[in-house]
Design a protein around this ligand. Sequence first.
Ligand code: ADP
Ligand code: 5GP
Length: 202
Amino acid sequence: METGLLFIVSGPSGSGKSTLCKDLVKLIPDIQFSVSYTTRLPRKDERPGEAYHFVSRETFTAMIDKGEFAEWAEIYGHLYGTPRSVIEQTLRKGNDLLFDIDGQGSRQLKKNYPRAITIFLIPPSLEELEKRLQKRETDSSAVIGERVAKAGAEIAQARGYAYIIINDIYAQALQALHSIVLAEKHRGERMKKHLTIFGKPR
Ligand code: ADP
Ligand code: 5GP
């Protein structure tokens, strides 16, 4: 039986992952977003169960002990993890799943699911990244400084990814992401099932 596709979007904080992922699922409604668990507090416009399931550190560590995460990581002092059950259920149904996770998580998932399609987002410059993080108004200037300082090293990891998108002009970045996902969904091996109605090959 055919399984679904896993699309992993990574990139430094502020590169546009969550904004692009949110818009992508509007364009391709049959792709499901993998809602991670986190111990960080919700931002002002985040509702529980949409971008994240917000839980206490105690609940999160109990979930680690029970092996409920396909991968997890500590990022900027908070825990983040991808629930294993959702991946298994979604793939079994043949549906596609979209992840917004960091580089460590991406490498871990790619190890366990080698067919996963990895996409890396980079900002046009570190200056622009800093401006976007300031404009987002979700982090203190100390936290922004830490995120920008880490971004260079994170971007150096982009070489191992199947696709790289520079998120300069937003509409173009969204178009690139949309095109990558559509192209992967239309690969010959995935479309074969649609050929059977035309009979056997001569
Ligand atoms: P991430 O999820 O990677 O941390 P976000 O999606 O939160 O990043 O984006 C960071 C900020 O930058 C948000 O305020 C978002 O609206 C803004 N942003 C994203 N892409 C662009 C772009 N191409 N041009 C200008 N601002 C952008
Ligand atoms: P934020 O707090 O800005 O939403 O996310 C911080 C970082 O955590 C981002 O790089 C995001 O991609 C990453 N992240 C979100 N969920 C997960 C997850 O389940 N696993 C891992 N490894 N990283 C995650």
